[in-house]
Design a protein around this ligand. Sequence first.
Ligand code: ZN
Length: 66
Amino acid sequence: MHPEVAAYVLGVLDEADLQEFERHLDSCERCQTELRELRDVPDLLDNLKLQTSASEDDDPPIPMSR
Ligand SMILES: [Zn+2]
C-alpha cells in the first residue's frame, strides 16, 4: 500500500503533506480503497501504531564487535 494512506488515517501528516495526499487521493483509486479499508478496521490502526512506535524504539544499538 502507499505508506501515505496509513499516515493520513493516523493523522501524522503535516498540513502540506495532507493537502498533497488529498490531491493524490482524488486520482488514485487504490488509495481510496485502502483508505476505506483502513477506516473500517480500527484494530488494524492500533497495530500500525504499535508497529510504528515499536520499530522506532526497537532498533538495536550497534552490535558489539571484537
Ligand atoms: Zn495512491
